[in-house]
Design a binder for this molecule. Structure first.
Ligand SMILES: [Zn+2]
Ligand SMILES: [Zn+2]
Length: 319
C-alpha cells in the first residue's frame, strides 16, 4: 500500500502569495551571504547550500484542500475530493498509476466544502468506461453532491458526466471487504459529523481521521477513537491548530499536533502524518508549528519512536 498527498490544507485553498514567495527569496539570498562567507575556506557548492536550507525555503506545503490518493496493489482509493483532486484526475488519466483505473473508490469524510469542492473538476468523471464509487457516512451525500452541481453553483450537473457514478452509505461498526482490502468507518466529533476511514491491505493498516475535535470530548468518544485507531501502522490526522488554538477554538471541530501525538501514543501507532493545515499560515509558520510538535514528541516518554510527517503535496508514504 502507498498513499500520496494531493491536497493538505483545511477550510480553504491557500495558494502561495507573491509576498510569501518574495519572503522566501529574500531569506534564501540573506542566508547565502552568511553561508558562503562562513565556509569561504572550504569547497562549498550551490548544492551544499541548497541541501542545508530548511524545508520551508526549499518547498511549499501546498495550497490545495483535502485529497489523498491511496493505492492498494493497483486498486485506486481516494480520500476526499478537495481542490487537490483536480491534479489527481490528471495523473490518473495520464496513467501515472498504471493503465487500469476503470474503478475508482472515493471516500468522503464529510461534505464540508474543503472536502468536496474539487469533485466537479475530476477528469475521470468524463470517461465512459470509468466506475466512480462514492462512499460516505452521511445518508444525504448524493443529494449534497447533486446540489453542489446545480446550475446556481456550477455550470454542469452530475448527469453530464459519462462515467458510471454511484453513491454508497457506509455504516459505523461494520467491516467491509472489497477483494483483498478491508475497510471500516468511525463517526468523528465535528460540526455536522465527519467520518474516519480505516484501510487494511496485506497486513498494513492506514487510518484517515480528519476534521475531528478531541478536546472536551466525552470519555465514550475518546474510547471509541482509541479502539478504532489502535494498531494502525499510520494515521493521517487533523492538526489544523496549535495546542493553544485548539483550546481557544473549542467546538470549531479540529485538533492539534500535540493531540495527534498523544492519541498515537495511546494507540501505539508508529507513523503520524499531520494534515489539514491551517490556511492562514505561511510555510514558515507551519514549519515552526511542526518543529514544536517534534520537540513535544521528544519530551513524551512513550512517543519518542513515533515517526512524524507533515503532509505536503506530492509526498508519498509506503506501508
Ligand atoms: Zn475540513
Ligand atoms: Zn469540516
Amino acid at each position: 500500500m502507498f498513499f500520496t498527498f494531493y491536497g493538505v490544507r483545511g477550510s480553504l485553498p491557500a495558494p502561495l502569495s507573491n509576498n510569501q514567495y518574495h519572503d522566501k527569496i529574500r531569506e534564501i539570498i540573506r542566508r547565502s551571504f552568511t553561508y558562503f562567507s562562513a565556509h569561504r575556506d572550504k569547497k562549498i557548492s550551490l548544492n551544499d547550500f541548497y541541501h542545508d536550507l530548511p524545508f520551508y525555503l526549499k518547498n511549499v506545503y501546498g495550497g490545495n484542500t483535502s485529497c489523498v490518493y491511496v493505492n492498494c496493489g493497483g486498486r485506486h482509493y481516494i480520500l476526499d475530493s478537495g481542490s487537490g483532486i483536480r491534479q489527481l484526475g490528471y495523473d490518473l488519466t495520464g496513467k501515472k498509476y498504471g493503465e487500469n483505473f476503470n474503478e475508482i473508490n472515493l471516500f468522503i469524510s464529510h461534505p464540508h466544502w474543503d472536502h468536496i469542492q474539487g469533485f466537479p473538476f475530476f477528469l475521470p468523471l468524463y470517461a465512459k468506461d470509468k466506475k466512480i464509487n462514492i462512499y460516505g457516512g452521511h445518508q444525504n451525500l448524493e443529494s449534497l453532491f447533486r446540489l453542489q452541481q446545480k446550475s446556481e453553483f456550477f455550470p454542469i450537473p452530475l448527469e453530464y458526466y459519462n462515467s458510471d457514478i454511484k453513491f454508497y452509505t457506509v455504516e459505523e461498526g461494520r467491516e467491509y471487504r472489497k477483494g483483498p482490502v478491508f475497510m471500516a468507518a468511525l463517526k468523528l466529533r465535528h460540526p455536522g459529523d465527519s467520518y474516519s476511514y480505516k484501510f487494511t491491505y496485506q497486513g498494513k493498516t492506514l487510518v484517515y481521521a480528519t476534521d475531528v475535535e478531541l478536546n472536551d470530548s466525552t470519555d465514550d468518544f475518546i474510547s471509541r477513537c482509541i479502539a478504532f485507531f489502535s494498531g494502525a501502522d499510520a494515521i493521517i490526522f487533523d492538526t489544523q491548530y496549535t495546542a493553544r488554538e485548539s483550546f481557544e477554538k473549542l467546538t470549531w471541530g479540529h485538533s492539534s499536533t500535540w493531540a495527534a501525538i498523544d492519541m498515537a501514543v495511546k494507540c501505539k501507532i508508529k507513523k503520524v502524518i499531520f494534515f489539514h493545515h491551517e490556511p492562514s499560515y505561511s510555510d514558515e509558520e507551519l514549519f515552526n508549528v511542526f518543529e514544536k510538535a517534534w520537540k513535544y514528541r521528544d519530551m513524551t516518554k512513550k512517543g519518542k519512536d513515533i515517526e512524524l510527517y507533515t503532509a505536503c503535496e506530492g509526498m508519498t508514504i509506503k506501508l
